[in-house]
Write a protein that binds this ligand. Structure first.
Ligand code: NAD
Ligand code: UGA
Length: 359
C-alpha cells in the first residue's frame, strides 16, 4: 500500500514510521512540520518526507490523497497545557484542519485512520457524583460508554470535545456517504521520543516527561492537586503493534469501527507513578552526582492556569482489539517505565557525557 502519514514526525508517528519501514511492506509519505524524531528513518527508499504545515497546504494534499491507498491522521495539539493556554488553536487544528483532511478522503473515496483520544470519554460517573475515582472501576467501552465533559468554563475539555465532534462527523459520513474510516482512541501511550527533554523545549509536556526531567535535572516532581487521579499506561511498541493490525485491516474488520488501544492492567495514580519512577531510577540508573528530586503537590490552577479540570480515571476496555485483531499489550507497568526511562537516561548521558546506566 501507499500510505500517507500526517503527523509522522510526532511521538506516535515517528515510532509507527520506523516500524512500517522495518516491516518493508508499504510505501510511506510522511507529512509534518517537524522531522527531528524521524531522524533514524530519513533517507530510506520507502519513505518520502514532506516537511510542511497542513494549514498552508494549498490543494496539494488532495492530489496526494487521490494517489494513495490509505491516510493515517495523527496531527493534533496533544499537550493538556495547550488546551488551557490556546483553546482556539486546539479547536482550529484538532477539529477544523482535521475535518478538511477527512473531507479530502471522503472526496477521494480513500480509507482514513483518524487518531482520536481516550479523553473523549471525559470524566467518570463517580466524579460527577462527587465520589473518589477509586469508586469507579468500570472500563470505558467504545460503543456503549457515555462521554461526560465538564462545564464550558473549564476549557480543557475543548480538546476532547473537538476530537469527539470529529468522530461524530466521520460516523455521519460513514452512514450517509459510505465513507470508510477507523477511529483510534489511545490511552496514555509512553515510550522513547514521547516529548523533548529538557522539558522547556516541549513547552509544558506530559507527566512522564516532567517526572523524567526532574530525575535528570533535579526540578521537583510536581503532583497536580496531589496526584490522586489515575492513568493506565501503554508502551509505544505494543500500541504500534495494534495500529499496524488496524492498518492491515484483516477481512475489513476495522471498517467504520472505533478501537480503544490501552492496557487496563497498567493503572496507577499519578502519585504512585512519581514514586515508581523515582524507585526505578534509583535501582537501575542512579550514578553519583545525579539529582534527587523532591515530590511536592501543586494546585492545578498554579500548574496549568484557569480552565483546567482533570479526567479522574480512564480504564480501557480492549475486548474489541482482542477479539477482532487478536491484540493485547505485552508490557507491564514496570517494563513500560523502565524502557522509556532507559531511552531518556541514555540520550541524556550521551549528550552530557556523565554517568553510566546499570541496565
Ligand atoms: P505529537 O504532538 O507528538 O505529534 C503530533 C505531530 O503533529 C507533531 O509531530 C507535530 O509537529 C505535527 N503537527 C502539528 N501541527 C501540524 C501542522 N499544522 N502541520 C503538520 N504537522 C503538524 O502527538 P502524539 O502523542 O504523537 O499524538 C498523535 C495523535 O494521537 C494526536 O492526534 C493525539 O491527539 C492522539 N493521542 C495521543 C495520545 C498519546 O498517548 N500519545 C493519547 C491520546 C491521543
Ligand atoms: C494526555 C493528553 O491529553 C494527550 O496526550 C492524550 O490525548 C491523552 O493524555 C491520552 O494519552 O490519552 P493527560 O493524561 O491528562 O492527557 O496528560 P498528562 O499531562 O500526562 O497528565 C496526566 C496526569 O498527571 C494529570 O492528572 C495531570 O494533572 C498530572 N500531572 C501532569 C502531574 O501531576 N504533574 C505534572 O508534572 C504533569
Amino acid at each position: 500500500m501507499k500510505i500517507i502519514l500526517l503527523g509522522a514526525g510526532g511521538f506516535i508517528g515517528a515510532n509507527l514510521t520506523e516500524r512500517l519501514i522495518s516491516d518493508g511492506k508499504h510505501d510511506l509519505v510522511a507529512i509534518d512540520i517537524d522531522s527531528e524524531k524521524l531522524e533514524g528513518s530519513l533517507g530510506h527508499h520507502r519513505l518520502t518526507l514532506m516537511k510542511e504545515d497542513i494549514r498552508q497546504n494549498a490543494g496539494g494534499l488532495q492530489k496526494q490523497i487521490e494517489e494513495c491507498d490509505l491516510v493515517v491522521d495523527l496531527i493534533a495539539f496533544a499537550n493538556p497545557s495547550l488546551y488551557v493556554l490556546d483553546p482556539l488553536g486546539v479547536f482550529d487544528l484538532n477539529f477544523t484542519e482535521n475535518l478538511k483532511i477527512a473531507e479530502m478522503c471522503v472526496k477521494a473515496k480513500k480509507r482514513l485512520i483518524q487518531f482520536s483520544t481516550c479523553e473523549v470519554y471525559g470524566k467518570t460517573v463517580a466524579s460527577v457524583l462527587g465520589k473518589p475515582p477509586a469508586e469507579m472501576p468500570f472500563p470505558f467501552e467504545e460503543d456503549s460508554s457515555p462521554l461526560i465533559m465538564g462545564p464550558i468554563k473549564n476549557h480543557r475539555w475543548i480538546y476532547a470535545c473537538a476530537k469527539q465532534l470529529l468522530e461524530r462527523v466521520l460516523h455521519a459520513y460513514g452512514i450517509q456517504n459510505g465513507f470508510n474510516y477507523t477511529i483510534i482512541r489511545p490511552f496514555n501511550f509512553i515510550g522513547p521520543r514521547i516529548d523533548f527533554l529538557p522539558s522547556e523545549k516541549a513547552g509544558n509536556p506530559r507527566v512522564f516527561s516532567h517526572f523524567m526531567n526532574a530525575l535528570l535535572y533535579g526540578t521537583p516532581m510536581k503532583l497536580v492537586d496531589g496526584g490522586i487521579n489515575y492513568r493506565a499506561y501503554t508502551y509505544i511498541d505494543d500500541a504500534v503493534d495494534c495500529i499496524i493490525r488496524i492498518i492491515e485491516n484483516p477481512n475489513q474488520v476495522c471498517d467504520r469501527e472505533i478501537f480503544n488501544i490501552g492496557t487496563p492492567e497498567n493503572e496507577v495514580t499519578i502519585k504512585e507513578l512519581a514514586y515508581k519512577m523515582r524507585d526505578i531510577f534509583n535501582e537501575e540508573f542512579r550514578t553519583a552526582g545525579d539529582p534527587d528530586p523532591e515530590i511536592i503537590s501543586v494546585p492545578s490552577e498554579e500548574f496549568y492556569g484557569k480552565g483546567y479540570e482533570d479526567c479522574d480515571r480512564r480504564i480501557p476496555n480492549v475486548d474489541k482489539a482482542r477479539n477482532l485483531l487478536g491484540w493485547h499489550s505485552q508490557h507491564d507497568l514496570r517494563s513500560v517505565l523502565f524502557h522509556t526511562m532507559e531511552y531518556f537516561v541514555k540520550k541524556h548521558r550521551a549528550e552530557h557525557g556523565s554517568g553510566k546506566t546499570k541496565a
